[in-house]
Design a protein around this ligand. Structure first.
Ligand code: HXC
Ligand code: NAP
Length: 285
């Protein structure tokens, strides 16, 4: 479906692109012809990531890293200006940088709540604001992709309150700006991933095998997502193959979010064969 030209002519910044899903998207984008900028707070991690990303790209693709904390509005503005100077232009932004941890909400400190809101909500605003203004000032079209979570949409989520609040805010920003900035030719979409094992997420959110097992059990596909699957979806949304899609949040979770269906639990009670026999026995003769 994609070729080495699918994203050619596009320079895309991926925040938090030094690890996990951000790195997977960076590798996917460069393989499909984009120039890649990644940012994060840890220079060593970014340096290593850039070496990996470059090996995925063609001869004309470029990749650079920027040490930047997305919570700092001035630093983000400076980074966007540097990217434009280094690459000549900027066409895409993926707000992927995030923070999260498990905590009973009554035990949260104001600092803990603020840390996550600052990274996820303020960080996404800072990058979107700087990039949006660059596009608008230069009469350029562009695309923004926000990485949210399935619990951002309607359920919220126990034990990750700051993340649930900030991701819901980012989703609201996605839809608000999709409408407001459509007249500038700026598309704003989101991806809501289900569970995709990464060191960053698993070290903070999946502390033991019991939780790991439950994640698989409650997923109707009985597996985790593969990083490439998410990178492919992101490539499509960032490409010119999706020019009429804006304000959309695409879930990629193997159906995990659908577990609330009232009779879905029956599937876990017995084998499909036994279930069918039980249903048959209930059918009027
Ligand atoms: C309770 C905690 C805490 C924890 C930190 N804090 N960790 N509170 N439980 N486990 C509190 C601190 O006490 C402090 O509050 C405040 O948070 C800031 O802590 P710092 O360590 O100074 O913050 P900072 O260095 O900015 O680090 C931010 C961080 C850290 C979010 C806490 O974990 C981080 O850098 N994370 C980045 C990567 C990440 O989280 N990736 C996972 C994304 S996965 P006080 O009040 O004491 O000052 C994801 C997926 C969701 O989002 C869905 C999965 C299926
Ligand atoms: P990750 O590897 O921990 O990625 C988070 C990245 O953000 C790190 O590279 C981190 O680098 C960077 N970052 C954190 N705070 C930052 C800041 N203030 N400024 C700049 N960069 C910062 O975790 P991941 O699992 O790949 O998560 C990526 C995205 O997917 C996140 O938005 C997450 O919420 C979302 N998501 C993940 C899953 C999953 O199952 N993995 C599920 C749903 C949603 P530094 O610490 O070096 O700055």
């Amino acid at each position: 479906m994609f070729t080495k030209d699918t994203l050619s002519g596009k320079t895309i910044l991926i925040t938090g692109g030094g690890s996990g899903l951000g790195l997977a998207m960076a590798k996917g984008f460069i393989a499909n012809g984009a120039n890649i900028a990644i940012c994060g707070r840890t220079e060593e991690k970014l340096q290593k990531a850039i070496e990996e990303i470059k090996t995925e790209g063609g001869e004309t693709s470029q990749a650079k890293y920027y040490t930047c904390d997305v919570r700092d509005h001035e630093a983000v503005k400076k980074m966007v200006a540097e990217i434009v100077t280094d690459f000549g232009s900027m066409e895409g932004l993926v707000n992927n940088a995030a923070g999260n941890f498990l905590s009973a909400s009554e035990d949260l400190t104001p600092g803990g709540f603020k840390a996550i809101i600052d990274i996820v909500l303020h960080g996404s605003f800072n990058c979107t604001h700087a990039f949006g203004n660059y596009l608008i000032d230069n009469k350029k079209e562009g695309s923004i992709l926000n990485i949210v979570t399935t619990y951002a949409e309607s359920t919220g989520c126990a034990f990750v309150l700051p993340s649930a609040c900030s991701k819901a805010g980012v989703l609201a920003m996605t839809r608000s700006l999709a409408f407001e900035w459509a007249e500038y030719g700026i598309r704003v979409n989101a991806i809501a991933p289900g569970p995709f094992p990464t060191k960053g997420a698993w070290s903070r959110l999946v502390p033991d095998k019991v939780i790991e097992k439950m994640f698989i059990k409650k997923n109707p596909m009985k597996r985790y997502g593969e990083h490439d699957e998410l990178a492919n979806l992101a490539t499509f949304l960032m490409s010119d193959m999706a020019p009429y899609i804006t304000g959309e949040s695409v879930v990629i979770d193997g159906g995990e979010r659908l577990q609330a269906g009232q009779f879905n639990f029956i599937n876990d009670l017995m084998s499909r064969k036994k279930l069918k026999a039980a249903f048959k026995a209930m059918k009027p003769k």
